[in-house]
Design a binder for this molecule. Structure first.
Ligand code: HEC
Length: 151
């Protein structure tokens, strides 16, 4: 007699759940450390202070930045601020790896920021979206004022 395996719906759901869990573990394992992101990218400007970039380990320069709060500073730096390019200039860099690099730089200058957990990542993402909305709004106002001038 041959036995056929017919998974029940709940077994199927459990299997799918396992696959998803496995997939996200792989994604987590692939995240680079803040230090390695720093060394491969941020260091180009932040090691010597190119264009007034706050230098790694410079406690005085980082004090007011750390005071802004981890979610605010990570979000604003990610979307770019003055001479600091968005994503540090790497269009493939994820928000999470970027934020790890910011936390590592803050620690190098006396801060106690850790790699962001899920809750912190949500606050960083929310702050980045809010700031982008504000910038888009400012640009729309500028465009509207040009259109009025062209009439
Ligand atoms: C091309 C040069 C350059 C690279 C690469 C770069 N930065 Fe910057 N960064 C700057 C400059 C310049 C500033 C100062 C901006 C200002 O205040 O005018 C800055 C400022 C910052 C700040 C403070 C932002 C604020 O709100 O004042 C953070 C945080 C930061 N960078 C993180 C990073 C991280 C993390 C990386 C790598 C992923 C990175 N930077 C890569 C040039 C760079």
């Amino acid at each position: 007699m041959t036995m056929k395996y017919h998974p029940t719906a709940s077994t199927r759901h459990a299997l799918i759940g396992l696959l998803i869990a496995f997939g996200s573990t792989v994604a987590l394992a692939q995240l680079r450390t803040g230090e390695s992101v720093y060394q491969s990218l941020c260091m180009a400007c932040h090691e010597t202070g190119v264009a007034q970039a706050p230098k790694r380990g410079d406690a005085q320069a980082w004090k007011p930045l750390i005071a802004e709060g981890q979610h605010v500073l990570s979000a604003h730096a990610f979307i770019g601020v003055r001479a600091m390019p968005a994503r540090g200039g790497d269009s493939a860099l994820s928000l999470e790896e970027f934020s790890r690099a910011v936390a590592w730089m803050a620690r190098s200058a006396g801060g106690d920021w850790q790699d962001p957990d899920a809750a912190m990542m949500q606050r960083i993402r929310f702050e980045a979206e809010k700031r982008l909305d504000e910038e888009i709004h400012e640009k729309q106002k500028l465009k509207a004022s040009l259109q009025r001038q062209n009439q």
